[in-house]
Design a protein around this ligand. Structure first.
Ligand SMILES: *Cc1c(COP(=O)(O)O)cnc(C)c1O
Length: 424
């Protein structure tokens, strides 16, 4: 499948039915798989043979979706998880034990920040947060002897910062560690991080990849490009006693990282996706290329319209030439960024609420990045406990509206914005 272009892979990669097989990827709703002999099964347990034996570790429906996403990103393998949160946890924990340290961009999704700053810190992993606009020199300064990876987001939720992937990957590689990025917002349709030196990609598949808001899920994808043998990653280069001393880099070569994520962490943490959810995710992936095109053209129309509107104070969209991140967006996402636009309505917090409640087509939800246009005013919802100064400190201005542009007719979205703006 790798010879096809990405929009063809969206539809066909991962599942090629044989003679008389179902045309559509089947949901294998079975926890377990039968074998003729104990020896057959024992070889699976010892990682000497590949095959399915328990759905916590692998399942044919999940496997097909994993192969599809790996093909779309251009990686050697993928692991689907129960959520984006689980993907971030597994991606880091796979190569960073207690006592380790992670260099992390401060512009990341709030849930990822909580996971790192609270839960993983309590597990004994230390994080240093740096500006996403850091130069290579500034990134070099925060490395420690125990640093095991660098983590960033390609296009950040909700601040829409474009991270300079080449700067981050060069800095990481100079210190012998991989760069992991969360590529949720652009999706592989708009950005292929492995082409810019990124080693591991994660996604919340809950967002555009699914696109219909019907399942929560995540995925970890391995480029296969990182050389783990520099002595910093004993978990990959030294025997794993729980598998009779297997050495992942020796047995699995370029796929060492992703095999270990499955056989070690998925085995122990049990954050696997449900087959039904993988099936729904696959349906979403089939139309992803088409949907992203429309999300981006609609969002650009919305951003352009808002930018010239007298009742709008400011607009943030990396696809606008006025954006600080326009040139980085053009470099890393030449065909478009994503469907999310943020802006401020003149009149601050109160005007923002009046405006949002007047919208008819756009619904008020905490979710982003699906085919229905939706809107959120953080200051009156997710961040409502904070006063104006505290909001500023958190990087959320009181008038900020996060507008997730769907794939409806663009004129209907613009009409909805216009009638709502007339109320403020
Ligand atoms: C939503 C989101 C996550 C978390 O994913 P869940 O599927 O909600 O667990 C991680 N990263 C980004 C960029 C997100 O938008």
């Amino acid at each position: 499948m790798s010879n096809y272009r990405i929009d063809t892979n969206c539809i066909h990669a991962g599942y090629q039915p044989g003679n008389g097989d179902p045309r559509v990827l089947p949901i294998v709703q079975s926890t377990t798989y039968t074998y003729e002999t104990a020896k057959n099964m024992g070889q699976l347990f010892d990682l000497e043979a590949s095959g399915f034996f328990y759905t916590r570790l692998a399942n044919p429906t999940l496997d097909a979706v994993e192969q599809k996403i790996a093909a779309m990103e251009g990686g050697v393998g993928a692991l689907v998880t129960s959520s984006g949160q689980a993907a971030s946890l597994i991606a880091v924990l796979n190569i960073c034990r207690a006592g380790g340290h992670v260099v992390c961009s401060s512009a990341i999704y709030g849930g990822t920040f909580n996971l790192f700053y609270k839960t993983m810190k309590e597990m004994g992993i230390d994080f240093t947060f740096i500006s996403p606009d850091s130069t290579e020199e500034q990134i070099h300064q925060v490395f420690q002897e125990n640093t095991r990876c660098v983590f960033a987001e390609t296009l950040t939720n909700p601040s829409l910062v474009v991270t300079d992937l080449e700067v981050f990957s060069k800095a990481a590689h100079a210190h012998g560690v991989p760069l992991i990025v969360d590529n949720t917002f652009p999706t592989p349709i708009n950005c292929r991080p492995f082409e810019f030196g990124v080693d591991i990609v994660i996604h919340s598949t809950t967002k555009y990849m699914d696109g219909h808001a019907v399942q929560v899920g995540g995925v970890v994808v391995d480029s296969g490009n990182f050389d783990w043998s520099n002595g910093k990653f004993p978990e990959l280069t030294e025997p794993d006693e729980s598998y009779h001393g297997v050495v992942y880099t020796e047995r699995f070569g370029k796929a060492a990282y992703i095999v270990k994520a499955r056989t070690h962490l998925m085995r122990d943490l049990g954050a696997q996706a449900a087959p039904q959810n993988a099936f729904l995710l696959n349906l979403g992936l089939e139309t992803l290329a088409l949907r992203m095109e429309r999300h981006c053209s609609n969002a650009l129309a919305v951003a352009t319209y808002l930018q010239q509107h007298p009742k709008i104070a400011w607009v943030n969209y990396p696809g606008l030439e006025s954006s600080k991140y326009y040139s980085l967006a053009k470099k890393y996402m030449p065909n478009g960024t994503c469907g999310v636009v943020s802006f401020g309505v003149k009149g601050g917090r109160e005007a923002a609420v009046t405006f949002m409640e007047a919208l008819k087509l756009a619904s008020i939800v905490t979710h982003v990045a699906d085919l229905r246009t939706c809107v959120l005013h953080p200051a009156s919802t997710t961040h409502r406990q904070l006063n104006d100064q505290q909001l500023k400190d958190a990087g959320v201005s009181p008038d900020l509206i996060r507008f997730s542009v769907g794939i409806e007719n663009p004129q209907d979205i613009l009409d909805d914005l216009e009638q709502a703006l007339q109320t403020v």
